[in-house]
Design a protein around this ligand. Structure first.
Ligand SMILES: Cc1cc2nc3c(=O)[nH]c(=O)nc-3n(C[C@H](O)[C@H](O)[C@H](O)COP(=O)(O)O)c2cc1C
Length: 312
């Protein structure tokens, strides 16, 4: 026999409190994960608009050799850039390579010797998008994962003289730029070729000076630690690794070379890019057109594993 349960007022109040707490928690979680984060700096649009349409170049690699061929992509996606005052609106991201993820992982290498050649603006655009670009517009989630979508990373780009080709014979002004994630744009922070200074701050590592472009990956730790406390510190370092690996893989897919540099004087690097006080530099990442690359094939890897196993 069941007895009809009658709740005492104190118990009923307790149950009601539990239900309200659960509802509030669910609502807070929905707010946090379900709504866009109002981040990303805006820059004032002022003067002289230059809008250029550039052809998209696909790099097709041949396994086991350093040969490459180019083909024009006829996709109807926007390929133009524009420069408005101090803001460079980058060509929008799109598929520009035929390299598979397996090939990019197989071919990824730290490459430190570069030809005296610029990157194209499209290549720079793709590298930045891979590091921190938007891949889920509804939630403003990015290409690299982030603990609680707190997005602590900030990217600067140090562009050398004739470091980035805009169109035949025309180069992006040398200087330090800040990547605006929400607009996929670069904002000029500082004029001039700062690669030599950045290399000195990076214990004179020559690849920092020689690359046409260096990324400087910084982090605002507070964005993550205010949610996760001290544990947030490790999350920020992990995230820097995710973003840097994306840079490696995109560079590989584009036939470019890169290396992550962790050995540098923090304050000096921060001062070169004029980072704000809360932005700590974590990586300097030179990117250039590599000299003498030879890609391994899966057959070589297969042979190596087979010999390790004592086969054949
Ligand atoms: C945290 C970290 C810091 C690094 N710092 C430097 C550096 O300061 N200079 C450099 O030339 N390479 C640096 N590297 C690259 C390593 O030397 C390189 O990854 C390693 O030699 C393995 O080669 P691979 O990347 O081609 O697989 C660093 C790598 C990591 C993960």
């Amino acid at each position: 026999m069941f007895r009809t349960a009658r709740l005492k007022p104190a118990t009923a109040l307790w149950v009601l409190t539990l239900v309200i707490t659960a509802l509030l928690t669910a609502y807070a979680a929905w707010l946090f994960y379900g709504t866009p984060h109002p981040r990303g700096s805006g820059s004032t649009v002022t003067s002289s608009i230059t809008t250029i349409t550039t052809p998209v170049t696909n790099t097709k690699h041949t396994t086991g050799s350093n040969t490459s061929a180019t083909a024009t992509n006829t996709a109807s996606t926007r390929t133009e850039y524009s420069i408005v005052g101090n803001t460079v609106y980058l060509p929008l991201p799109r598929q520009v390579s035929n390299v598979t993820v397996e090939e990019a992982i197989l071919w990824r290498r730290s490459l430190r010797e570069y030809k005296d050649e610029p990157l194209t603006l499209t290549q720079l655009s793709m590298i930045l998008w891979a590091a921190q670009g938007i891949t889920d517009p509804a939630r403003r989630f990015r290409a690299a994962p982030s603990a609680g979508a707190t997005y602590p990373l900030v990217l600067y780009v140090v562009v050398g003289d004739r470091g980035v080709l805009l169109e035949p014979g025309k180069y992006l002004r040398a200087g330090v730029y800040r990547y605006d994630v929400m607009k996929h744009a670069l904002t000029l922070v500082r004029d001039g070729d700062l690669r030599g200074e950045l290399a000195k701050a990076s214990l004179n590592q020559p690849w920092v000076r020689d690359a046409p472009v260096d990324l400087v990956l910084c982090a605002v730790f507070e964005r993550t630690t205010r949610v996760y406390g001290e544990r947030g510190i490790r999350y920020v370092y992990m995230e820097a690794g995710h973003a840097a690996q994306n840079v490696y893989l995109m560079a590989t897919a584009l036939g470019l070379g890169t290396v992550v540099v962790g050995a540098f004087h923090d304050d000096w690097v921060a001062s070169v890019v004029e980072a704000s006080k809360d932005e700590a530099p974590l990586y300097v990442i030179p990117v250039g057109v590599p000299k003498g690359v030879k890609h391994p094939s899966f057959q070589e890897i297969d042979n190596w594993y087979s010999s390790q196993r004592g086969e054949g």
